[in-house]
Design a protein around this ligand. Structure first.
Ligand SMILES: Nc1ncnc2c1ncn2[C@@H]1O[C@H](COP(=O)(O)OP(=O)(O)O)[C@@H](O)[C@H]1O
Ligand SMILES: [Mg+2]
Length: 246
């Protein structure tokens, strides 16, 4: 596990998050049964759990894409779910980036355009967006692929475009849902190294859910979700020592 010597500043705090789904109007599936978590600025926090454990459900709520049935979420001192949907979208565009398992790249557009689009949506000037996108694609090692469409890229390359896109508006907080879930071991490792480097260089905070145990290596702290409850893994104790405020 990574060592951690960053000040213990909380940027996200969720409290008693509950979420259930009703199936066939009668069966109630309780997926999240009261989850509380604090995320520190500059850390890589990994949440592991079996398939179906509720990882994506939790990540979507923490990332403000979905609302819980109960509980609160505070990001940068904003009580997020008190906001209207429109305001939440603005908040998300400003502070949050997402990397999904199946990258969701737009097939008709090039790597460069895929990275530029969120910036344009965020009302950046076209030329700034282009310059910044080229910079980001360089950073993920795709400078020779900027004009390729997703179908002309390998799985690992597509996932790196997705990472570059997630970084487009320089979000301070990046959520990743099984980012290496469909990559082979070589590409997974490359992606994990990339995340670690971005975290070190840009001080961006990552919250990653996965069932891939290897991701634990780059994490500062690891939690496990099981039976709707989140618990800290043993290993965290050592890294907590580094997190005490001086
Ligand atoms: N929109 C939904 N409607 C009904 N059930 C859902 C919905 N989303 C997720 N679930 C169920 O909730 C459980 C947790 O799903 P998910 O969060 O996707 O798990 P994970 O990402 O850990 O694999 C699963 O049993 C899944 O079928
Ligand atoms: Mg999932």
């Amino acid at each position: 596990m990574n060592s951690f010597n960053i000040n213990h500043e909380i940027i996200l705090k969720c409290n008693n998050i509950k979420r259930s789904f009703t199936i066939d109007k009668k069966i109630k599936l309780e997926v999240l049964k009261g989850i509380s978590l604090e995320v520190y600025r500059g850390e890589i926090l990994v949440i592991i759990g079996a398939s179906g454990a509720g990882k994506s459900t939790l990540l979507h709520i923490l990332g403000t894409i979905d609302r819980p049935d109960e509980g609160t979420l505070t990001i940068y001192n904003t009580d997020v779910f008190k906001l209207k949907d429109e305001e939440i979208s603005k908040f998300r565009n400003r502070y949050i980036g997402f990397v999904f398992q199946f990258h969701h790249l737009l097939p008709e557009f090039t790597a460069l355009e895929n990275v530029m689009i969120p910036m344009i949506i965020n009302q950046n000037n076209f030329y700034n967006a282009k310059t910044k996108s080229i910079e980001l694609l360089n950073k993920v090692g795709l400078e020779k692929r900027i004009n390729h469409k997703p179908s002309e890229l390998s799985g690992g390359e597509q996932q790196r475009v997705a990472v570059a896109r997630a970084l487009a508006n320089s979000p301070e907080l990046i959520f990743a849902d099984e980012p290496s879930g469909n990559l082979d071991s070589v590409n997974s490792e490359m992606l994990h190294n990339l995340i670690r480097r971005l975290n070190e260089e840009e001080k961006q905070t990552f919250v990653i859910v996965t069932h891939n145990q290897n991701l634990m290596d780059i994490a500062h702290r690891v939690f496990e979700i099981k039976d709707g409850i989140l618990s800290a893994k043993e290993k965290n104790r050592n890294s907590y020592n580094h997190l005490q405020k001086s």
